[in-house]
Design a protein around this ligand. Structure first.
Ligand SMILES: Nc1nc2c(c(=O)[nH]1)N[C@H]1C(S)=C(S)[C@@H](COP(=O)(O)OP(=O)(O)OC[C@H]3O[C@@H](n4cnc5c(=O)[nH]c(N)nc54)[C@H](O)[C@@H]3O)O[C@H]1N2
Ligand SMILES: Nc1nc2c(c(=O)[nH]1)N[C@H]1C(S)=C(S)[C@@H](COP(=O)(O)OP(=O)(O)OC[C@H]3O[C@@H](n4cnc5c(=O)[nH]c(N)nc54)[C@H](O)[C@@H]3O)O[C@H]1N2
Ligand SMILES: [Mo]
Length: 699
């Protein structure tokens, strides 16, 4: 049955009207917002107290959303470059002139080969309307190169898919009833705050909380136990847990027999991983692994909240595969409050084909560019293998100069004088600096959108609260106008944002009866469906079972069982590199930024102060680095400056750099991605941001 929020917007007669909105950011929480508008001005953004997973609370960043929207640095007019490439010097132009010139330039390139044009977009907004709707239609009709949007989650997705069939899992609202919660590769207080509320309730109910993470982050501080493993060793830990579950017979034989395939080969593989062996690989005490296995095997219901932090290494997908085997072994899926959650995305049925219209390709099969390797790909010449040299990039909802790996290559690529770059943005980011045209985009308060979530099960509506500021336009409108200039006459290019929003929610049993008209007034609506998705099996894998052993993986020439793969860069796999660059580096999110968004919001940047590098006191001592010193972090790919913070929150030999700073706001004009590489994960072709060797020296 569908639960619909039918409450009217709370009356707020004295202080203005209240508009129901949704947080657009790339975060599992997708909060329900109440925007108070007075005389056409948004005066406050609050969390909706009636929305169960938002429960009236917002993170610091989004509670300052009006500061971001009305920021004096907002780009509010179309701008054309006047200085040399990358100088960031622009003059304002009219929309007419900008659109006419952009259309002419793109048409000339398309006449040679449309695949020389590349869209580049990611998670600036996760809305279906301002994400890949009109934009995708535009690039499909054009026949532009396709973009593989891999920069965040595809390794984890591939890992989940192999074992449980997709991005499905526990309902976050059930975690409060768990007896054991493993928070695995996630700094929940930073990046999944509303889950943390449920974890705290569970803790108050007597649950044990364990954090599995290479550094003692804020979340680890508040858990009962912290397993401080080396990055990229999670699969070994998961196998050691399986070993203990097997030898102690903490197994749910009934669940295994009814709902899984491949237990025998998995058992044999797991028996190769006694805790002693994993302890060596992971760098954690044997006793801690044994205790964790005992807890997992004996406390019920047992829940795992994985997040994407653990899959940004070479073996990221296989680590997720190994962990995804655990709930079935102990029968945790039988319980509403047991099992695992990495992403809830596939609980929703979105109508991608209607939104993006791949049929506009009309039989053409453009090449696909992986967004992780944008640095190398922009620097590649055309050839029969690669296809045409990239001649134009249209960037929206992303800031590749700051977020893509091996930043110096990315900068060099975008600096090519023969590259035509259009950037749709709110601010003059690092990427905007290097554009030929910078086009002003609206923020979530100024446009319409509809959202699913990857951390809960509610469809969310975003009504526009205010009119666009200045000359800003929604992404959709910019592509609509460009399509008209290019002579695209299909009716889909004339659809309004409302019409697009109405198509996003597919008429599919998974969505119950939820539709856009209802959603607009209710703000949010929960998907139907049982809390425990796999209580009686029903995994959307080829066999319909939880696949410990995967025929599909074997057919693809890969290991049919989860594999333990150590990082590309570490003492074991690259000893010579490790001799020169002995420190492993991870660069997880800073609490008050969202990837590279909010870095320019002064009040939030003040909270983060400066780019910080956490260094263990032993590592600092041998390098003569004092707490608070400016340090240079470097490897063969480049160098960047940070402020050293000596801390036992990290382990010896490992540094933690909180990101992601804008290059131009980071001392020295580069950021942490100057050091990361472009190699891809085992499955899913994702990035390896946390698989990186560096050296640090006093500056
Ligand atoms: N405030 C804030 N919130 C965010 C974001 C943000 O930038 N800022 N980013 C958003 C985005 S894009 C995403 S994808 C989501 C998820 O965001 P995630 O990137 O998953 O972010 P974190 O929760 O910080 O999780 C990363 C954690 O994984 C740990 N880690 C690193 N390597 C390993 C490893 O090999 N094994 C294990 N076990 N742990 C490892 C890091 O130390 C860190 O504590 O959060 C979103 N929420
Ligand atoms: N070293 C390191 N690098 C990382 C990570 C890490 O942990 N470490 N995390 C990675 C992860 S998980 C991710 S998801 C990526 C994120 O990479 P991106 O998706 O590029 O995220 P942001 O840096 O937040 O940049 C989004 C941009 O979109 C703009 N924007 C927002 N809304 C709109 C809109 O409606 N229209 C237009 N035109 N623009 C809009 C914002 O102003 C912002 O500049 O970064 C990755 N990079
Ligand atoms: Mo992400």
């Amino acid at each position: 049955m569908t639960t619909l929020a039918t409450m009217d917007a709370p009356p707020d007669a004295t202080s203005g009207s209240v508009v129901r909105a949704a947080c657009p950011h790339d975060c599992p929480d997708t909060c329900a917002l109440l925007v108070t508008v007075r005389d056409g001005v948004a005066v406050s953004v609050r969390g909706d107290p009636s929305h169960p997973t938002t429960h009236g609370a917002l993170c610091t960043k989004v509670s300052r959303y009006t500061e971001r929207t009305y920021h004096p640095d907002r780009v509010l007019q179309p701008m054309r470059r006047i200085g040399p490439k990358g100088s960031g010097k622009f003059a304002s132009v009219s929309w007419d002139d900008a659109l006419a010139d952009i259309a002419t330039r793109l048409q000339a390139i398309a006449a040679r080969d449309p695949q020389a044009i590349l869209p580049y977009s990611y998670g600036g907004t996760l809305g279906f309307v301002q994400g890949e709707s009109m934009a995708a239609r535009f690039f499909h009709k054009l026949g532009a190169s396709l973009l593989d949007r891999t920069i965040c989650a595809t390794a984890g997705e591939a890992g989940l898919k192999a074992v449980i069939g997709g991005k499905l899992g526990m309902d976050v609202e059930q975690f409060e009833n768990s007896q054991l919660i493993l928070i695995w590769g996630s700094n929940s207080i930073t990046s999944n705050l509303h889950f943390w509320t449920y974890a705290q309730r569970a803790k108050r109910n007597g649950a044990k909380l364990v954090c599995i993470d290479p550094w003692r982050n804020d979340t680890a501080d508040k858990c009962h136990e912290h397993i401080q493993l080396r990055p990229g060793t999670d699969a070994a830990l998961a196998y050691a847990l399986m070993h203990e579950l097997i030898v102690n017979d903490w197994l749910d034989h009934g669940y295994i027999a009814s709902y899984t395939v491949g237990f025998e080969p998995l058992r044999r593989r797991a028996l190769e991983w006694p805790p002693e062996r994993a302890a060596e690989v992971c760098g954690v005490p044997v006793a801690q692994i044994r205790q964790l296995a005992r807890d997992y095997g004996t406390l019920s219901p047992a829940a795992i909240r994985m997040n994407y932090g653990l899959q940004r290494v070479r073996g990221g997908a296989n680590a997720v595969r190994a962990i995804a085997c655990l709930p079935a072994l102990v029968g945790a899926w039988r319980h509403d409050a047991g099992g695992l959650l990495l992403s809830s995305s596939n609980h929703f049925a979105a109508n991608g084909a209607a939104l993006e219209r791949p049929d506009l390709l009309a039989g053409r099969k453009p090449r696909t560019i992986n967004m992780v390797t944008i640095g190398d790909d922009l620097l590649r010449e055309g050839d029969s293998d690669f296809g045409p040299k990239i001649a134009a990039v249209v960037v929206y909802n992303s800031n590749p100069l700051a977020v893509a790996p091996e930043g110096d290559k990315v900068r060099q690529g975008f600096s090519r004088d023969d590259l035509f770059t259009v950037v749709l943005e709110h601010f003059q980011t690092d990427t905007a600096d290097i554009a030929d045209y910078l086009l002003p985009a609206t923020t979530q308060l100024e446009h319409v959108d509809v959202h699913k979530a990857y951390g809960h099960r509610y469809w969310m509506a975003n009504n526009a609260a205010i009119a666009p500021l200045g000359d800003a336009k929604p992404n959709t409108e910019i592509f609509r106008l460009l399509a008209a200039r290019m002579g695209f006459t299909e009716p889909c290019f004339a659809e309004t944002d409302e019409q697009i929003a109405a198509q996003a929610i597919a008429p599919d049993a998974r969505n119950g009866g939820i539709d856009w008209e209802q959603l607009k007034s209710s703000g949010w609506a929960k998907l139907p469906g049982a809390a425990a998705p796999f209580a009686q099996g029903g995994f959307p894998t080829p066999s319909g079972q939880c696949e410990f052993w995967s025929q599909r993986e074997q057919n693809a020439g890969r290991d049919p069982l989860p594999e333990v793969l150590l990082p590309y860069e570490c003492a074991e796999t690259t000893p010579e590199l490790a001799a020169r660059y002995p420190l492993t580096m991870i660069s997880p999110p800073a609490r008050n930024f969202l990837n590279s968004s909010f870095v320019n919001v002064d009040s939030l940047r003040r909270l983060e102060a400066e780019p910080l590098l956490l260094l263990h006191p032993d590592d600092a001592a041998v390098r003569g680095i004092a707490d608070g010193a400016m340090v240079r972090a470097f490897n063969d790919r480049g160098a960047t400056l940070s402020r050293a913070r000596l801390s036992t929150r990290t382990r010896p030999g490992q540094v933690v750099a909180l990101g992601i700073w804008w290059r131009k706001l980071n001392p020295g004009g580069t950021n942490i991605n100057q050091l990361t590489h472009q190699r891809l994960t085992d499955l899913g072709a994702g990035p390896c941001f946390y698989d990186c060797l560096i050296e640090v020296a006093a500056h």
